[in-house]
Design a protein. Sequence first.
Length: 242
Amino acid sequence: MKYALVTGGSRGIGRSICLELAKAGYAIIINFVSNENAANETKKLVEEFGVKAELLKFDVADKDATDMALIEWAEGHPDDYIAVLINNAGIRQDTLMIFMQNEQWDSVINTNLNSFFYVTRRVLKDMLSKRFGRIINIVSLSGIKGLPGQANYSAAKAGVIGATKALAQEVGARKVTVNAVAPGFIDTDMTKDMDEKALKTMIPVGRFGTPEEVAALVGFLASEQAGYITGEVISINGGLYT
Ligand code: NDP
């Protein structure tokens, strides 16, 4: 069976991506770190599409926990493989650089950037040997433009963009594509502390985006038709150009 693994699939953009890929017929592995209720809700919604949904709880910032979860999953699924990987889990911890603590730098880099390496290396081998794979990394406008108060987050997302471009060149010949999707402001828990009214005035489309809009783009990049798109960073930001 072909699976799609969505890190941070319990809520927000990740949940919508789980549903989009379920609609495309993939069995879904929903990763999350703490929010059991939200993960179970995503599972229920995925199952409504008539596909399999499995919860896989691990901290993507923890190398050993990630290894253990993915190795165990592979051992329990000798006939299946993860054909689609969405590196979506992420956090922000905003503060001006002058006030930034080690912990704020480290946790944002570990969760948003190092996680890309920890998770991707464990699913890549099967994609290469099966000669089909889709890796889609959720980055951010912040990683392209840089945003004040987000030196840690901008650095992490820019790092993932660099890795996306490098890996795309390593694996293209095996029909594995690697792309990044860079949202602007999307209506999720992550943005609920922001001043939406003020920010909206800067966005040409005049509103925050929805998780479903991001998921539709990811769904296309994951499809067979998108096989000639690789190493790209695709913005989805209502015209809020950098
Ligand atoms: P949410 O805060 O709504 O959801 C975050 C998700 O990531 C949850 O499922 C959470 O799991 C999971 N997660 C967080 N830390 C870890 C971890 N260490 N290990 C495993 N899972 C983890 O975020 P969004 O949906 O808004 O964001 C999704 C992605 O999109 C992120 O990478 C974010 O940086 C990016 N993005 C978001 C934008 C926005 O405006 N919302 C804009 C640009 C980029 P749990 O439920 O267990 O806590």
